[in-house]
Ligand binder design. Structure first.
Ligand SMILES: Nc1ncnc2c1ncn2[C@@H]1O[C@H](COP(=O)(O)OP(=O)(O)OP(=O)(O)O)[C@@H](O)[C@H]1O
Length: 267
């Protein structure tokens, strides 16, 4: 296992994630409608879908943050709901709308997270220093997290998620609110991480980004999986993933038409 104290995410024969018959309903709203999905290990996986498709709900159930109404999820070969400790020691999570210990500095936050993960203090210090440096946060390491910008919060959240060297990293919209320089840095860190055999699963609306980063894609809409597989297969004959996506979610050719005929033009 490449968990606490490991030196590199190990390549696994089993899928990184296996989802069977997963359902989640909020009152009348079916957020996730009986999905089956296998995400291969050692890949850069993109979960894409329009607003309200069910991506966050799915990732929350897969990472043990939200209990499914029905269905099973295995991560790195362990059942998320029967064996949560085994799963949580093997995954890193950057959830949507991260809540941190806001009155800690960035460095203190990493120190605390590292100790929670059971890493020895000197190892936490070493890894925290390297992560802060690579993510260009060294100059802000003593600032309170509450005073961090959106992009800095994403980066410190990513550092906290990587600190224990997880086998599978789940990121909900990791590039949202992140400037191009920071995005490039995050990208470099993630590419290095997957090159070692670890798995990244991330959700995004930005097709160009998914197309340039991911080698495996799952498209979600209306709580269902519309397509899943290697990027080239999902894109098919379409000129870009964006075109394939619009086709798959049934949004091709949709525009405002006559509906906003009052908008713009001379008054
Ligand atoms: N806690 C909740 N209570 C009620 N409805 C919810 C809740 N969480 C999600 N939903 C509903 O479930 C559906 C799926 O939401 P979800 O946040 O999973 O979508 P998403 O694909 O992540 O969307 P986005 O890209 O906009 O973040 C939506 O219709 C949403 O309104």
């Amino acid at each position: 296992m490449a968990g606490a104290g490991g030196t590199g995410g190990a390549v696994q024969a089993a899928p990184a994630v296996r989802i069977e018959g997963l359902w989640k309903r909020f009152g009348e709203q079916i957020a996730v409608s009986g999905i089956d999905l296998e995400l291969p290990a050692g890949r850069f996986v993109g979960l894409v879908g329009p607003n309200g498709a069910g991506k966050t709900t799915t990732l929350s159930m897969v990472t043990g943050l939200l209990r499914p109404d029905q269905g099973r999820v295995e991560v790195a070969g362990h059942d998320v709901w029967r064996d949560p400790a085994a799963v949580k020691s093997r995954i890193g999570v950057l959830p949507e709308g991260m809540r941190f210990f806001e009155r800690l500095s960035g460095r203190e936050l990493l120190g605390y997270m590292g100790r929670l993960r059971g890493l020895p203090g000197d190892e936490v210090d070493k890894r925290a220093t390297q992560l802060l440096d690579v993510l260009d946060l060294a100059g802000s390491q003593h600032k309170l997290v509450v005073d961090y910008s959106t992009g800095m919060r994403k980066k410190i959240g990513l550092a906290a998620a990587l600190l224990h060297n997880p086998e599978v990293l789940f990121l909900d919209e990791p590039f949202e609110g992140v400037d191009p320089v920071s995005a490039q840095i995050i990208r470099g860190v993630l590419e290095r991480y997957t090159a070692s055999g670890a798995t990244v699963v991330f959700s995004s609306h930005v097709m160009e980004l998914v197309e340039s980063l991911c080698d495996w894609v799952a498209v979600m809409a209306g709580g269902r999986i519309r397509a899943a597989g290697p990027l080239a297969d999902v894109r098919g004959a379409a000129p870009s993933l964006q075109n394939a996506f619009l086709e798959l979610v049934g949004a091709h050719g949709r525009d405002a038409g006559e509906a906003l005929d009052w908008l713009g033009g001379a008054r």
